[in-house]
Design a protein around this ligand. Sequence first.
Ligand SMILES: [Zn+2]
Length: 620
Amino acid sequence: MARVAEHCIREIRDRASISEIVGEYVRLKKAGARSKGLCPFHQEKTPSFTVNEQMGFFHCFGCGENGDAIGFLRKHNGLGFMEAVEQLAQRVGVRLEYLDGAPTPEEGIARRKSRDERERLLELSAGVGSWFQDELKRAPRDSAVWKYIAERRLTDETVERFQLGLAPDSWDALSNALNRRGASKEDSEKLGLIMPRKTGNGFYDRFRNRLMFPIFDMSERVIAFGGRVLPSDDEREGAKYINSPDTPIYTKGDELFGLAQAKKALRAEGHAILVEGNVDVLMLHQAGLAHTVAPMGTALTEKQVRLLKRFVPEVVLLYDGDEAGLKAARKSLPLLFEADLHGRVVLLPTGADPDSYVVEHGGAALRELVEKAPPLIEFVIDDAVSRHGMSDRGRAQALAELAPLVQGIRDFRERDLVVARIGGVLGLPEARVAGMRRGRPSRDARGEGAAEVPAATRWESELPLRERKLVEASLHHPEILGWIEEVDAQAYMEDVDLRAVLWEAVTLQGETGRLDPMVLLERLGNQPIAGWVSSVLCGEPPEVSGGVQAYVKSCVQLLADGWMQRTVDELGREIERAERAGDHRLALELASKRTELARKRKQEGLDGVLTAGGGPTWSE
Ligand SMILES: [Zn+2]
C-alpha cells in the first residue's frame, strides 16, 4: 500500500478547516471556540457532537467517536486512510510525497492482469444474468416458475426490480448458451456457473430448474447468483437454495442480498431490517419496507455488518420465533456492538416468517412491529435470565455470559445503561455488575492508518478527581508542562493511565515545543484513556481559580501530600515487618526516614513535600 510522508499529513491537518469539512455533512452551531451538532455516527436529539476548530478535531460526547479531518472523512464516507488523505490534500492544496514510489514492472503487470480478469468476469456475469432473465420472460405463464412466483405473490414489478431469472430444467442449457457466445470454459467455471462432469468430458450447469436471484455489488453489478429450486415431479430436487461458490468477484458472507435495491430507503429510514430469506426481502420491499436486506444463507458476518454501518446506525433483526431465530439473534449482538451499531429485534410468532406475516397482516402491521422492536440487548439479557434461572448459581452464570457482551459496547453511556439494567433484572447491587463496565479497545482502532483513535473506554467518573483535574488543566494550558516536568508531578500520581497521559504530554511538548492534540492521541494509541483525553481536548477548558500556575501548583501539592501519606503508611508497615523479622537496624533506619518526612511536612507545609528530595519512586 502506498504511504505518504509524515510532514504532508501534518500540513493537511494544519491547513484543513475541520469545521468546514464536517459542516458539509453536519449542521454545526458555533459555541465559543467550538461548534456543536447532531452526531452523524449515532442517533441523538440533543447535539453532543463537538468540533474544536483550534485543536483541529472532533469528539462526540455521546458515542465517543473522535478524530481529525482525515478521520472524519474516513468514518463518515467509508474511505480508506489513503483515499481520505488524497481527497483532503487536493482540497487544501498539499502536494503529496509518496514514500514507496511507483510499482515495479512485474507488480504493474500483475495488477493489470487481475484488473482485466475482474472486468472480464463481471461482464460474463452480467451476460449470464440477462440470459437467466430472458429465460424467465420466455417461459410460459403456466410453467412451474411462474406458478411459483404467483404462489409467493411476487409482482411483475418486483421480478423486474430484482432482475429475477430462470435456470431451465436442463443439464446443459447454460453451458450451450455460453458455448454459442464464445465464453471461455475457464471463466465460466471460475464463476461457478458450470462444473466438470464426474464421468467423461465436458461440463454441466450448476443451477438447474431454479428461480434465480442475481446478487449485486455496491456499484450494482451482478457478481453472483442464488437459486431457489422449483417444485418438480421427480425427486432430484437437491438443496432448496444454492448460491454461487466463492469466485474472484464474490466472497460468501461479504454481501447482503437486496442492498443495491435498499440503498436509498436505508438512508431515508435510518435503520435496516435484516431478514433471513431472499423471498422475505422481495416481499418486504414489495410491502413498502424497502430497507430490508438478507445475509444470503450465512450467519451475519462482520463484513456485512460493516457494510450496513456505511448506511445506517441501527439494524432491526426480523427473525422467526423458533430456536434457530433465537440463536441467530443472540449471535448477532457482539457483531453489532463491535461495529457500534444499535440492534433491535422482532421475533415473529412461532410458525410465521416475515413473508407469511406480510401476506397475512400487511406491510403496515409489520412496520409497526419493527418500529416498536425492543433493543436487542434487552432481549439477550432476558433470554440469558430465562435460560439460567434466578438461583444464585443461575444469576452468576447469566452474569458471566453477559459480561463479554457488555464489554464490547463502545458507546459508554449505553454501556452504563446496560449495566444498570442487568443489575436490575438480576437483582444484584450495582457493585457486583460494575466490573463489567470497563470496555476494551475497539477493533477499528487497530486498523490501518496512524490517525485512528479508539472510543472512550475509561469512564471519567472512574478517574481519581485530583489527578484528573491536574491533567485537564495541563492539556488546556500546555505552557505549564515545563513546570510539571521540573517537579516530576507524574511521580505523585496513582492512576497509571493518567500518569501515562501526562508523561506523553510532557514528552511531546519537550520534543516539539507544542502539544498537537492528534499527535498526542496517536501516541496514546489504543490505551483505554485515549477517548477521555479526546473528550477533554474537545471540551470546555476547566475553570482555574487564581490563574493556571497557582491552580496546577495546588493540584500537585495535594497529590504530593497524598503520596506522602501513602509513603508514611507504607513505611509504617515496613517497619512492622522488619521488627517481626528481627531486623532492628532496618526498622530504625525506616523509622528515621519516616520521622524526617513527617517533620518536613509539618515544618514546611506542602512545599516541603515537593522538595523532600530523593523523590518518590514507584513501580508498575
Ligand atoms: Zn456520536
